[in-house]
Design a protein around this ligand. Structure first.
Ligand code: C2O
Ligand code: CU
Ligand code: CU
Length: 443
């Protein structure tokens, strides 16, 4: 127990600005403090963050603190707060109870606002973190631009259908808002790279030219022991922290995505996002212990399911295709009670992938298509391949209010693949007839 919480203050101002993604290549971005990504917010576990936010955009917005276990009223969705109108301010205040790699992003008109850059990282440190020589935050994104560097608007019906169906992917590949950037590391060093997929729809299968690296942390913090791999799939909104190195002086290799077929119309490709360049030799103080943390399992693999959630696609007269949860769009799901173990079976009957995201709470995946997961981890986003079924376990701690879950492909979320639900206290009666009552849409 810390005896006093430290207060950490930030000012965030949303606005429009010119941003150079490559020499001479300038886009009109929307973002925070005229930076893309917005400033890295840093705190220690247990600190209280006060974020004074001002909206200088020409349209309303809200900020969502993706992965932070905060009170519902601070979750930054239109279900819990009035969107911040142009010229208005709002103060977000919350404690950061967990260490890890989190992020913040617009939760209003996201398909436009996030595409233009309304996101940033939120890093929570802890004294139990493994010691590395340095760390980097790497935010992955892409933009779909015209040859004049304007954000491309799909014009005719088929292009609109395609963007809605696939999610928006573009050919301008960014790491921390820059195209073709260099990632520098000294020889002999071990660094922690915190990787955040902030794109609308891109599936990033991280690969470092075949070099081994260690996964040490997922969405909700450190895993139990490092896992040595040569690739890891990072779907929209997921975070993976990896320990990389040591490398040899003069080495050069790409930070790239291998092709991953998410069954969209866009053909998967192998693409380089940045080049890693290894500099002069330096001595290392890094130590990555074989035991990083302890994660107590919440439930057994065969635990009884308390709720079923089905992602599917259906025909729509207006848009060609609808993105459905339990055969409906923008649903209100039944409440969950504080303290009651939740075992949710989330299935995907469609023929494409969807990353499922739960706001405000971490879950453990306990079953994937009948198999146990490879390792225990705290997650807030999990990918559902076509025709798959996962079971997740989580416990609502005492933070009643309205929360949501949705597909984190922004176009699918907008098209209806989302739900609101309440976490209620034990003394609150369960509201009746909630399941087919529609919540207001946010277009
Ligand atoms: Cu990062 Cu509602 O999402
Ligand atoms: Cu979220
Ligand atoms: Cu989806």
């Amino acid at each position: 127990m810390e005896n006093k919480e430290k207060i950490v203050e930030y000012l965030l101002e949303a606005g429009e600005f010119e941003w150079e993604i490559a020499p001479g290549k300038v886009v009109t971005a929307w973002g925070f403090n005229k930076q893309l990504p917005g400033p890295i917010i840093k705190a220690d576990r247990g600190d209280k963050l006060i974020i004074k936010f001002k909206n200088n955009l020409k349209e309303p917005t809200v900020i969502h603190w993706h992965g932070i276990r905060l009170p519902a009223s601070m979750d930054g969705t239109d279900a819990v707060q009035k969107p911040v109108a142009p010229g208005e301010e709002f103060e977000y205040r919350f404690i950061v109870p967990d260490a890890g790699t989190f992020w913040y992003h617009s939760h209003a008109n996201e398909t436009a606002q996030m595409e233009r850059g309304m996101y940033g990282a939120l890093i929570v440190n802890d004294k139990n973190d493994p010691i590395t020589d340095d760390e980097k935050v790497l935010m992955i994104d892409d933009m779909k631009l015209t040859s004049d560097n304007e954000f491309k608007k799909p014009g005719w019906f088929f292009a609109r259908w395609l963007e809605r169906h696939d999610g928006r992917e573009g050919e301008t590949l960014l790491i921390n808002g820059k195209e073709n950037s260099e990632i520098n590391i000294n020889a002999g060093q071990i660094e922690r790279w915190r990787i955040i997929n902030s794109s609308s729809a891109r599936y990033f299968l991280l690969h470092l030219d075949g070099k081994e690296f260690q996964i040490i942390s997922t969405d909700g913090g450190l895993i139990e022991s490092p896992r040595t791999v040569t690739e890891v799939l990072i779907t929209p909104a997921e975070r993976y922290d990896i320990a990389v190195g040591p490398f040899n002086e003069g080495e050069e290799f790409s930070f790239e995505s291998l092709p991953y077929n998410r069954m969209a119309s866009i053909k998967p490709k192998r693409q380089t996002f940045a080049t890693v360049k290894v500099g002069k030799q330096k001595t290392s103080i890094a130590s990555i212990p074989s035991k990083l943390s302890e994660i107590k399992p919440l439930a057994l693999q065969n635990a009884e399911v308390t709720r079923k959630i089905k992602f599917s696609l259906g025909p729509s007269l207006k848009d060609g295709v609808n993105f459905l949860i339990n055969n409906d769009t923008h649903i209100n799901d039944k409440p969950a009670r504080v303290g009651e173990l939740q075992i949710w079976e989330v299935s995907n009957t469609s023929l494409m992938d969807h990353p499922f995201h739960l706001h405000g709470f971490f879950f453990q995946v306990i079953d994937i298509n009948g198999q146990p997961p490879e390792y225990l981890a705290w997650k807030d986003t999990i990918n559902l391949p076509p025709r798959s079924k996962v079971k997740i376990a989580w416990i609502p701690d005492n933070r009643p209010g309205t929360w949501m879950y949705h597909c984190h492909i922004l176009e699918h979320h907008e098209a209806g693949m989302m739900a609101h639900f309440d976490v209620i206290n034990n003394d609150q009666p369960e509201p009746e007839n909630i399941s087919h009552h529609k919540h207001h849409h946010h277009h």
